[in-house]
Design a protein around this ligand. Structure first.
Ligand SMILES: Nc1ncnc2c1ncn2[C@@H]1O[C@H](COP(=O)(O)OP(=O)(O)OP(=O)(O)O)[C@@H](O)[C@H]1O
Ligand SMILES: [Mg+2]
Length: 248
């Protein structure tokens, strides 16, 4: 359904993506792991063209998203939900205005219907009665969940999650894992989730891909990853400071 082909991105002399190839099947959850600063967030942003790749293709249902004009891209982008790493809420807007941002801009739903959807999506992420609050009044984990409610507000076909469980307590992290699984099972959503949280990766991932030095160095099921002979994967999933991955 979604295919990344030879994606490259550099910022000045900083070569971040150096030829990423990855295929995501319809309905699967692909987890991307990799060290901090490897380019995981840049990769997600390249997929929806929030960052323009220098080279490569992003195929969605056989069409190269990067070749489309602005209108065509906007149209395809509507099929995506995006949970940003830092939640990226609008500080001056209330929770309700944040969650309904896309609904108000892109649909002609009535005010009552929008309010109902906002309530429903907030309930899905374990929040209620916070519609009138502003992001500054929320805890980090609450902001993340509001960001998630916004990402799923338009019933996207593909959801990109950037660190969905980071900063949440273990119980809420597990609830978010369950929600990601539910979105996949009930709504057949296709997902890419970037995470450092291996508990979450094993639970939600149909397959896991490891990004290292700008390329995908291994892809496999959680079971395969746990048994992987790839020294890079082994070092990462065991969280060891010793191995082929240097600290600087
Ligand atoms: N807009 C930008 N302009 C310049 N450099 C950028 C930009 N965005 C990211 N980078 C650089 O790209 C590299 C990868 O950043 P990215 O945020 O993708 O890392 P990450 O793998 O998501 O890390 P983390 O796990 O800490 O979130 C970093 O060196 C970062 O400084
Ligand atoms: Mg990141």
């Amino acid at each position: 359904m979604l295919r990344l082909e030879d994606l490259h991105k550099q910022f000045g002399a900083n070569l971040v993506l150096r030829g990423v190839d990855l295929e995501i099947k319809k309905g699967e959850t692909m987890v991307i792991i990799g060290r901090s600063g490897e380019g995981k967030s840049v990769l997600l942003k390249c997929i929806v063209n929030l960052i323009e790749p220098d080279q490569g293709k992003v195929w969605l249902d056989g069409r190269d998203m990067l070749q489309l004009d602005g209108k065509g891209r906007d149209h395809l982008r509507r099929r995506f939900g995006f949970l940003f790493q830092g939640a990226a809420l609008f500080d001056s807007l209330t929770v309700e205005e944040n969650v309904s941002f896309g609904l108000r801009r892109l649909t002609d739903y009535s005010e009552a219907r929008i309010r109902e959807i906002v309530k429903e999506k907030l309930a899905m992420v374990g929040l209620k009665d916070i519609e009138r609050q502003k992001p500054a009044e929320l805890s980090g984990g609450m902001k993340k969940r509001v960001g998630l409610a916004r990402a799923i507000a338009m019933n996207p076909e593909v959801i990109l999650y950037d660190e969905p469980t980071t900063g949440l307590d273990p119980i809420m992290a597990d609830a978010i894992n369950d929600l990601i699984l539910q979105m996949q099972k009930k709504l057949s959503v296709t997902s890419i989730a970037v995470t450092h949280d291996m508990t979450s990766a094993y639970k939600i991932g149909d397959r896991i891909a490891m990004l290292h030095e700008g390329r995908i160095v291994d892809v496999g099921t959680p079971a395969n990853f746990k048994r992987s002979k790839n020294a890079l994967v082994h070092q990462f999933i065991t969280g060891s400071a010793h191995g082929p991955i240097s600290l600087v």
